[in-house]
Design a protein. Structure first.
Lengths: 208, 161
């Protein structure tokens, strides 16, 4: 199908749409009145996911802080204290990076102005956002592997016999592979083709 | 306020086909035509009081519709479905000649990236290069180059099939 044929199909679509009204005007008026009544709420819902994610990050940090400030309650003995501290630091760094990442995504999505930005600019920003989702999967995958290494050390698995260690490593590697595969399939894979197409689109373009 | 609402409804009435066509081309399994249409209408309403008539209203409507469809990310239902469309161009069970053509049209355009899709859509809507440039923010030279490249892409896709 080339451009001329596309044009014919487009005209068919136009003819079909001429036949009837597209949407019920009362429903549109209803949508507007619902929006007016709930404007603030819907804005909150719109960014609800990022807000929840950032809030959970802060809750996590708060729990870590409590654990650090109340050593008498969470004291696990001299031998393990340094390991628990290392684990706390690992989680704290992960949470801080996670919060910053989510905040960055939140700001980036909020900054899109559909009524005033040119289409090329919105395309560029959405491409960047989808690429971030890809990096997010890579980041989470690295985190899972690091967590297993830290966990291996904290739980003293390295003191076990060679056979047990081999089994444990095999088990952790399998779990990691399954989680990473799931994340890749669920989040990144469906965006890869879109990212590729959009990079081609945005190559060599100049905006005024 | 009542006046603004009447004006807004008049604009939606006039451009409902334009909005529909844009939404139709950006439909995905995660974003149904109803979802997109409703989101576009809502975004037009939100931006309506800020419209200063610095550009033609059609340019403004195309820009909002395209930008909304391109940036549509739905992880959950933000708002309940209120507007149900009375027309659904690709839902008919009967595969008559028109339906086949529309499916082919959707299939071909959907293989393009988001920006190319918007350019070809505006081209099919017989918008001038100046208007396409104004809506997309590309330079006139870029618009012309892009359209030629899209023609080549479509030709290539056609050969591959």
């Amino acid at each position: 199908m080339e451009l001329d044929e596309l044009k014919q199909s487009w005209n068919k679509l136009n003819q079909q749409l001429e036949k009837d009204t597209i949407a019920n005007e009362n429903e549109i008026a209803n949508l507007v009145s619902k929006y007016k009544a709930n404007a603030d709420k819907s804005l909150k819902r719109l960014t609800g996911w990022q807000r929840l994610s950032i809030s959970l990050g802060f809750v996590g940090l708060f729990i870590l802080l409590v654990v650090c400030l109340l050593p008498s309650v969470f004291h696990v003995g001299e031998t393990y204290q340094s390991k628990v501290n290392a684990l706390i630091i690992f989680f704290a760094i992960s949470l801080i990076i996670g919060i910053c990442w989510d905040y960055q995504n939140y700001v980036s999505i909020k900054s899109i102005r559909v009524d005033s930005m040119p289409v090329a600019e919105v395309s560029k920003r959405m491409l960047k956002f989808r690429q971030w989702m890809k990096y997010e999967v890579i980041g989470i995958s690295i985190w899972i592997i690091l967590f297993n290494i830290v966990n291996y050390w904290v739980m003293d698995y390295y003191l076990e016999s060679a056979g047990t260690q081999a089994l444990l490593i095999l088990f952790f590697l399998t779990c990691d592979a399954v989680i990473i595969y799931f994340l890749y399939k669920r989040i990144a894979y469906k965006h890869l083709n879109k990212i590729k197409k959009n990079i081609e689109d945005l190559e060599d373009i100049c905006t005024e | 306020m009542e006046n603004v609402e009447q004006e807004f409804l008049a604009v939606i009435r006039e451009y409902s086909r334009v909005i529909y066509k844009v939404c139709y081309m950006y439909t995905t399994p995660n974003a149904t035509i109803n979802d997109l249409y409703q989101e576009v209408v809502l975004n037009i309403w939100k931006a309506f009081p800020k419209f200063r008539k610095e550009c033609k209203i059609s340019t403004w409507i195309y820009r909002i519709s395209l930008n909304t469809c391109i940036s549509f990310l739905r992880k959950e239902k933000n708002i309940p479905e209120i507007v149900t469309l009375t027309q659904e161009a690709d839902r008919s069970e009967e595969l008559d000649e028109t339906q086949v053509m529309l499916k082919q049209l959707y299939h071909m355009i959907n293989r393009l990236g988001e920006l190319d899709k918007s350019i070809i859509l505006l081209y099919l809507e017989e918008k001038s290069y100046e208007e396409i440039s104004e809506i997309t923010g590309l330079t006139l030279t870029n618009v012309a180059t892009k359209i030629n490249r899209i023609k080549d892409k479509l030709r290539k896709m056609n050969k591959e099939e």
